[in-house]
Design a protein around this ligand. Structure first.
Ligand SMILES: C[S@@+](CC[C@H](N)C(=O)[O-])C[C@H]1O[C@@H](n2cnc3c(N)ncnc32)[C@H](O)[C@@H]1O
Ligand SMILES: O=S(=O)(c1ccc2c(c1)CN[C@@H](CF)C2)N1CCSCC1
Length: 265
């Protein structure tokens, strides 16, 4: 079995509820200070969209998983948001959230925080409904394919978002770089890419699944973006406090990148 096939096999045991528990619920998900990692991530995304430079008809989220926090500040700037994931179990979690099913994950702390830092006086229920209205497609994706969305992509997107995906699905640095090159085909020339990921992480848990992660440094991420032709507008890193290392992963830090695909030469 190829190493990429082995990654796909390992994801068959991925448990969305356990993943959400490990990473998006207290005590790890702490909003008590702007210096905590979750407020830091939301602020990175809010500030990127607040520039007014990132807008258009369609934004694609690559490897959405069972989460929507990464789309909260995007929804005012795009007509349509496309969520994607490799696993049907995750796409079903997202569909149930969009349909406001009773067993959905409570994203309200994230939505309230996004409204607060955006400072537009938007009510959180208003933003929640707005995002539900914009999330019109939830598609299968495989970033290891040259055409990650297969024949489902009618035209390249105006922007991409991707959070904790590429390094978590790539067995090594070359496949990480290839995956980035593959997803870049989903983006219009001149389009913007907001990428969040784990620094120097080698594994994470999601229920029975123990997933391997290719450890990447800041330099590795910048090199991969350079090889795919991107201009980096902003690169930030967050050093994980020791208290947040509780055994569900060995992440050392988190990176945020705002990059732009060159316009057609
Ligand atoms: C660590 S989770 C990230 C989820 C979410 N974006 C977040 O910020 O928490 C990685 C996601 O990548 C998805 N995935 C696994 N293999 C993939 C592949 N070949 N192509 C695209 N996504 C994949 C998994 O199903 C999972 O939802
Ligand atoms: O936002 S995080 O930095 C975060 C959020 C998600 C993930 C990681 C980290 C690291 N492992 C990833 C596996 F790919 C998933 N965070 C980690 C500390 S507690 C709150 C969640």
């Amino acid at each position: 079995m190829s190493s990429i096939a082995a990654v796909g096999e390992s994801y068959q045991k991925f448990n969305p509820r356990a993943y959400l528990q490990n990473n998006y619920m207290p005590p790890r998900a702490d909003f008590s200070s702007e210096d905590c990692v979750v407020p830091w991530k939301l602020r990175c995304l809010a500030e990127a969209f607040a520039t007014g430079d990132i807008h258009g008809r369609t934004l694609i989220d690559v490897g959405s998983g069972p989460t929507i926090y990464q789309l909260l500040s995007a929804c005012d700037h795009f007509e349509e948001i496309v969520a994607t994931d490799y696993l049907e179990v995750n796409r079903e979690v997202l569909r149930r959230w969009v349909q406001n099913e009773p067993d959905g994950f409570d994203w309200s702390p994230y939505i309230k925080h996004a409204c607060r830092i955006e400072g537009k006086g938007e009510q959180w229920k208003e933003k929640e409904q707005k995002l539900r209205g914009k999330l019109r497609q939830i598609l299968p994706i495989d970033v290891h394919q040259p055409e990650p969305l297969g024949s489902q992509l009618c035209q390249p997107a105006d922007a991409l978002v991707s959070t904790f995906c590429l390094e978590a699905v790539s067995p090594d640095r070359p496949s990480f770089e290839r995956a980035l090159r593959n997803v870049t085909t989903l983006l219009q020339p001149g389009g913007h890419f907001l990428l969040i990921g784990a620094l120097e992480e080698s594994f994470y848990l999601a229920g029975e699944a123990k997933l391997s992660v290719v450890p990447v440094s800041e330099a590795d991420v910048k090199e991969a973006l350079r090889k795919s032709g991107y201009h980096i507008h902003d690169f930030r890193a967050y050093l994980m406090p020791p208290g947040l290392k509780i055994g569900v992963d060995d992440v050392s830090g988190v990176f945020f990148v705002h990059a732009q695909k060159p316009p057609v030469a």
